[in-house]
Each structure stands twice: as structure tokens, then as C-alpha cells.
Design a binder for this molecule. Structure first.
Ligand SMILES: *Cc1c(COP(=O)(O)O)cnc(C)c1O
Length: 401
């Protein structure tokens, strides 16, 4: 996609606006499958929570992907988008037993991440195959909000509790068909990943009837030119080799599964917002845009550094700006960032806006959620309308006072 395409989409559909480049999503998907082409049975389950627009799910269906879900509503969206329940895996954390039962009844693969649910589920449904989420206690990534493999993490069943898992499986006679790990976001060091994989293989040796091993996700993507990122090709070479060797040793065909969100959609997304005011203070120049953390919260929540381009003035002189939103709270997207000279009315483009951006948006300050557009075969397709005043009042009941 070219800046001129983004400019014309914002002209046509208004701003703020989310735009997703389907070609980039496809190329990331192809990159991952190519990296693991030596593995006979590969399954890529797109993590719905990254970007859950129904048209995005349908796009993944055309690739032959499966889905990774964390709520029954995500499961229902997937089924609505046309996915077979058998191509959906459900990896909840801390949800009610009733929700897990309801998802199992839909025929979706259940992935259980704590001992009490495992025991309860295995006792009640010994015939339903279950995957177990292991916590290998490997620290990956730098951000403690998104690292989930460490010792204090609430995710997964500790690898040290394997004897307890085995006791439950034996007592209930339940069928374990998969072993899973997801060590969190932003894995840089492939050796760390491979080390965690060995722990998963060790865990897998305890079970005789596995169909798949799920290595989760957490691949790091670049945010700007020169950024380090997970070397998927190297990971593919090394892990495929180990996986194929393990499969031989195990004596049964296994599927290797991944469940990436960010890797597949982050770089495909652009968030477009107009500059309402340029404000010079004694210490800085603020560029205030027609948006805020109601639309894009990652910079405030995780300190994510989204690259920002002034696509109205790509040849202009570079100056330093602090880019802020219109929310009545500190709402800073970027501090002292070098951007091509900004005038009021210019359109700023935030990069890496595909994953965890729209899906984390809200109506804070009673603002509308923005529209979403899918760039597909050289054209922009509207896949979500901007909200209207009616949406703000929907489900509210005006009390007779
Ligand atoms: C969020 C999540 C993912 C996706 O993580 P990314 O960093 O976006 O690739 C995968 N699996 C599980 C269980 C998750 O909770």
C-alpha cells in the first residue's frame, strides 16, 4: 500500500480510520508456512483477539487457517465466519466451567490451563479430547504485561505439576490429544524458544495419544526500519528439524500448531488520524489529533512506540513533535518524535496498527469507534462503519425519574 492510497481512503471514508492491507496479511501467513514447509502437518491458528473483524476472520478462512480463541464470543464469531468448530482451539484463562462446557459442546478443541478445571472436566467428560496448556517457566520478551511464561504467571499449568496432571488423567481416563505452551509476546531469542520447545517435548512423552503440539506465539515484529524481530526463517529451520525428530521418536504423526496474532496482522494495519491543532508551548510542539486512547491505547498501556508519519507532507522538513490525543487525561502517543513538518489538517499515519488496536478500542469520552477498511485487490472495502449516536445509547435504558 502506498501513502497516496491511504490518503484517498481517508478522503473517502473519513478519519480517524483503520486500514488493513490484505496482501501484507497474506504474505506474513505465507512466510510462516514457508518457514515450516519441512513439517508435514502444520496448522496456523490465527489469534482472534488481535483483530476480530468478521471480514478479517473470513480472509484467514480463505488461507486455510484455523483460529485461536479465548472467549466463547470469539468462538461464535469464528463459527459465524464459516470456520468448522474442529478448526478452532479455545484457550481460556479464568473463565467459568459453564463457558468451557458450552464451547466443548460446539465441537471446538478445548485447551485447559489449570488443574481444578482439568479434574472437573475430565470427570464429567472423559471422552472429550483435551489439550493441556503447560507453563514451561521460560522468560521470553521484555514486557512484564505481555510475558506470560514466568514463574508467577497466571497462565498454564506449571511443568513442575506434571505428576499431578498425570494422576488426574489416569483417574479420570480422559484423552489428552494436545500439549500447548504460549510464553508471551516479543520473543527475540530463538534459543529461548527452542529451549521451551524441549520442555514441551518432555511433557509430550508422558502422553500416548497426542495429535498435536502447539507452540503458541509471541513472535516479535518490527516497529520501525532496523528494528530487531524474530527470525522466523531460522526458527523454522531449527524447530522443524527438532519437531520431525521428535515425531519419529514419538512414533505417531503429529501436527505442529502455532497461534500468532501480532505476527500476522500488526504490520498490515494503519491508523489514520487528522491533526486538529498544532500548539507551541515553551518546551515542546504538540500535534493534537482527532483521536485518543479510546481508539489506540497501546502507547499508553504498554509504551508501544508506533511509528508515525505525516503522509500529507512526506517531503517536508523534519521537526520534533509530541503527538497527543483529545481525551481529557494525559493521552500521549509519542514524545518528541521526529516527523515531517505538521500543519493543522494534515493526516498522520500510525504504523503497526493491525494487532491489539481496534480490538482494544472503547467509547471513552463518548466518542464513536472508527470505521475499518480492508485493502483488497487494490481497492478499499468498508468492513465496519463508524459508530453513530444511536450506538452510544444502544442497550442503555433511560430511567423514568
Ligand atoms: C494472545 C495470545 C496469542 C497471540 O499472541 P501474539 O503475541 O499476538 O502472537 C496466542 N495464544 C494465546 C493463548 C494468546 O493468549
Amino acid at each position: 500500500m502506498q501513502p497516496k492510497d491511504l490518503l484517498s481512503l481517508a478522503e473517502h471514508f473519513g478519519s480517524p480510520l483503520y486500514v488493513y492491507d490484505s496482501e501484507k496479511i497474506q504474505s506474513q501467513y505465507n512466510r510462516l508456512t514457508a518457514a515450516f514447509s519441512k513439517v508435514e502437518h502444520l496448522r496456523i491458528n490465527y489469534a482472534v483477539k488481535a483483530l476480530s473483524n468478521i471480514s478479517i476472520l473470513k480472509l484467514f478462512k480463505t488461507f486455510g487457517a484455523g483460529l485461536d480463541t479465548v472467549s466463547i464470543q470469539e468462538v461464535q464469531l469464528g463459527i459465524h465466519a464459516g470456520f468448522e468448530p474442529s478448526k478452532i482451539i479455545y484457550t481460556p484463562n479464568g473463565v467459568s466451567f459453564e463457558e468451557i462446557e458450552a464451547v466443548a459442546q460446539l465441537g471446538v478443541q478445548i485447551n485447559i490451563d489449570n488443574l481444578s478445571i482439568l479434574e472437573h472436566f475430565g470427570t464429567k467428560y472423559p471422552k472429550v479430547p483435551v489439550c493441556i496448556r503447560i507453563n514451561p517457566h521460560v522468560m521470553a520478551g521484555g514486557n512484564s504485561n505481555i510475558s506470560v511464561g514466568h514463574i508467577d504467571s497466571k497462565f498454564g499449568i506449571s511443568i513442575h505439576q506434571m505428576p499431578h496432571i498425570l494422576r488426574i488423567v489416569e483417574n479420570t481416563g480422559m484423552h489428552i490429544n494436545g500439549i500447548h505452551m504460549h510464553t508471551g509476546s516479543d520473543i527475540l531469542d530463538i534459543e529461548v524458544f527452542l529451549y521451551a520447545a524441549e520442555i514441551l517435548f518432555d511433557a509430550a512423552r508422558h502422553f500416548k495419544d497426542l495429535d498435536f503440539l502447539d507452540f503458541g506465539s509471541g513472535f516479535k515484529v518490527p516497529y520501525k526500519k532496523g528494528d530487531i524481530q524474530t527470525d522466523i526463517e531460522e526458527l523454522g529451520r531449527k524447530l522443524s528439524k527438532r519437531f520431525n525428530a521428535f515425531q519419529k521418536e514419538y512414533g505417531r504423526e503429529l501436527t505442529l500448531a502455532f497461534e500468532p496474532g501480532k505476527f500476522l496482522v500488526s504490520e498490515a494495519g494503519f491508523f489514520l488520524a487528522r491533526v486538529n491543532v498544532v500548539k507551541q508551548t515553551t518546551s515542546t510542539v504538540f500535534a493534537g489529533i482527532d483521536s485518543g486512547f479510546n481508539h489506540l491505547i497501546r502507547p499508553m498501556l504498554y509504551g508501544s512506540q508506533h511509528h508515525i508519519e505525516n503522509i500529507s507532507n512526506l517531503k517536508g522538513k523534519e521537526r520534533f513533535y509530541t503527538v497527543v490525543g483529545y481525551i481529557c487525561e494525559t493521552d500521549t502517543f509519542a514524545n518528541n518524535r521526529r516527523i515531517h513538518e505538521i500543519k493543522e489538517g494534515d493526516l498522520l499515519c500510525f504504523h503497526n496498527a493491525g494487532a491489539y488496536c481496534f480490538s482494544m478500542s472503547s467509547n471513552y469520552n463518548s466518542r464513536y469507534k472508527p470505521a475499518e477498511v480492508l485493502w483488497y485487490e487494490g481497492k478499499g472495502i468498508l468492513i465496519r462503519e463508524q459508530e453513530t449516536f444511536g450506538d452510544l445509547l444502544k442497550n442503555q435504558i433511560e430511567a423514568e425519574l
